[in-house]
Write a protein that binds this ligand. Structure first.
Ligand SMILES: Cc1ncc(C[n+]2csc(CCOP(=O)(O)OP(=O)(O)O)c2C)c(N)n1
Length: 583
């Protein structure tokens, strides 16, 4: 039996076939669909964690109980989970543990482009790299066996093109895995320095044994013999491009890519006259091959950033592209669609206010990062999840007159639960007088509407405790917690001015459910009175796709407008209103 499926769906399928008992993780493109697909198997316990570190830690508990566990995240998520990840490399496993890192070459939806293969090397764990959908399935299934055999967490490294390609996968039967049960072993699982020193030697042995296994494995590291004298060592999605570009070349495809099967690579190199290495992002394989004394061509022939594609690989190996793979759209009129907040989104009024009030905004990651773009242009920095809180504290403390009392940290509810909370503790513990604005739309909107601890439902839609952000902040000791309706801009402005002036930490929670996720019913659209309109452009500058300039006047698209009235509230002339209602 075979089925057409997404790479991420194949990972879920492979985990299920391996008898996985538990799946956790935190959403992040391109990894998100793995857990969503795993949740379709009712016999597997699947849950979203508030962040990647917690997701891995719960999986570690399941693993200690002898269950097979899967944890999923995007590449930057592994930075968050790095602490337990490195320690788990020392403890090894009881039940098999597979950690998925979905990397994003080309930064389609990420703030950086890290090559997480180095994590496997640094943590000293096994790593497997599927090249296509079928491999995503069977490699995930077999990764659990590798994990138990070599007593190591296994890093399953995906990339955008493997996660999000659709292809045919076989359908294996699920294994029935006998539960091992908890085994007390403090020398293995309690990482006191004396225990860890002993484990350190065991890790070295693990890597030697796994390298020997990889050296002899035709399954994980297959060689495809070609008629030409050219040989290519490759891994992941690059394999497909190499096959198409050089159908006659010999190819060593590395599927178990840490520890490297260096003896196999050397033996392969000895059979070819010209040796290339084709890999995306960093010269990970190449550095090791050069260090082993192999004469190899690779990174000097390709861009150091971005995804590979067939043309790039052909340019690299053949000097020029040979296949026409691009579609010529030069004659096609495609309307520009810059990323923008949805019409009616509760974030819009807040960023309009931040801009009007001239605030310094330490932003964070979520839909609201769009507040940085014109015409809102109301965000001054945004680095990584949770950073807005500490950065606002620091800027407020050390900034000049334009920052002191005029700085806000702005963070979404999911991001606050993820890594914003400790920043707020820092503000409290260190006598900060900064103001934190939490944009609470009761969901993780940016990645597709996954529930978070403030949503009140789990990954399968079942009811759970719904965390009350205001109560949480008050419970932590924040005395100034204000809850506001982001559609009432005058009231929000007043509250912000009061809290910016306050000598203590204050938290302003703007509560408005995500219009997309909760399918908030649209109200009646606004209309523009062109007789009184002064054409000042303030309504256009709220950056809503439901209102645009036409013939010198604002024009409302009644099919898109939700009647949220943010544009009406910025209209000093009072020319915009819902018909029959006063502006
Ligand atoms: C460490 C890390 N994990 C995951 C992501 C992917 N991601 C970006 S923003 C975001 C959460 C956004 O939710 P929220 O803060 O509630 O804002 P919203 O989009 O709902 O406005 C996620 C999961 C990331 N960028 N970094």
């Amino acid at each position: 039996m075979k089925k057409l499926m997404l790479g991420n769906e194949a990972v879920a399928r492979g985990a299920w076939e391996a008898g996985v008992a538990f799946g956790s993780g935190y959403p992040g493109t391109p990894s998100t669909e793995i857990l969503e697909h795993l949740a379709k198997y009712p016999e597997v316990a699947v849950q979203w964690a508030p962040n990647e570190k917690v997701g891995l830690e719960v999986a570690l508990g399941a693993m200690l109980a002898g269950a097979r566990a899967l944890v999923t995240m995007k590449h930057v998520g592994l930075n968050v989970a790095a602490d337990p990840f490195f320690s788990a490399a020392y403890t090894g496993v009881n039940g098999g543990l597979v950690v998925v890192s979905a990397d994003d070459p080309g930064m389609h939806s990420s703030q950086d482009e890290q090559d997480n293969r180095y994590y496997a090397k640094m943590a000293k764990v096994l790593m497997v790299e599927p090249a296509d959908v079928e491999e995503a399935r069977w490699m995930t299934r077999e990764a659990f066996a590798l994990s138990e055999r070599f007593d190591s967490p296994v890093l399953l490294r995906m990339t955008t093109r493997v996660s999000h390609q659709t292809g045919v996968a076989g359908l294996g039967e699920p294994l029935s895995v006998a539960a091992k049960g908890f085994r007390k072993d403090i020398a293995k699982y309690v990482l006191l320095p004396s225990h860890a020193r002993d484990r350190r030697h065991k890790i070295e042995k693990r890597l030697r044994d796994a390298a020997a296994f990889g050296d002899s494995s035709d399954l994980w590291n297959p060689v495809r013999r070609g008629a030409s004298r050219v040989g290519v060592v490759t891994s992941g999605v690059a394999y497909g491009y190499v096959r198409e570009a050089l159908p006659d070349a010999s190819i060593l495809k590395i599927g178990l890519s840490w520890p490297l099967p260096m003896e196999r690579i050397k033996a392969f190199a000895a059979t070819v006259e010209e040796l290339y290495v084709v890999e995306e992002l960093e010269p990970f394989l190449e550095e090791a091959m050069r260090a082993a004394g192999l004469a190899v061509k690779g990174s000097e022939l390709r861009p150091y950033t971005g995804e590979l594609d067939l043309s790039t690989v052909e340019r690299m190996l053949l000097g020029a592209p040979h296949h026409a793979v691009s579609v010529d759209l030069s004659d096609t009129a495609i309307p520009a669609r810059p990323p923008t907040l949805c019409p009616g989104c509760g974030h819009r009024g807040m960023f309009t206010l931040f801009r009007e009030m001239g605030l310094r905004v330490m932003g964070d990651i979520g839909c609201y990062t769009l507040g940085a773009l014109r015409p809102l242009a109301a965000m001054d920095a945004c680095l990584c999840m949770g950073a807005s809180v500490g950065m606002a504290e620091g800027l407020q403390k050390f900034g000049g007159p334009k920052e002191k009392g005029r700085t806000v940290g702005v963070i979404g509810d999911s991001t606050f639960f993820h890594t914003g909370l400790p920043g707020l503790l820092d503000m409290l513990a260190n006598g900060s007088d900064a103001t934190l604005v939490i944009l609470d739309n009761a969901v993780t909107a940016m990645t597709g509407g996954q529930p978070n601890p403030g949503t009140g439902r789990d990954i399968r839609g079942g009811a759970t405790v719904r965390l009350d952000l205001g109560a949480l902040c008050r419970g932590l000791g924040v005395t100034r917690v204000r809850e506001v309706d982001p559609y009432d801009m005058a009231a929000v402005r007043k509250v912000l001015e009061e809290e910016l002036a306050a000598p203590e930490v204050s938290v302003v929670i703007a509560k408005a459910p995500c219009v997309l996720e909760y399918r908030v019913a649209a109200g009646r659209p606004v209309e523009v009175d062109v007789e009184t309109c002064t054409r000042c452009g303030a309504c256009i500058r709220v950056g809503c796709m439901a209102i645009h300039e036409q013939g010198g006047y604002p024009n409302v698209d009644a099919g898109l407008c939700t009647g949220c009235s943010v544009c009406a509230q910025v209209c000093d002339a009072g020319s915009i209103a819902v018909p029959g209602e006063k502006n």
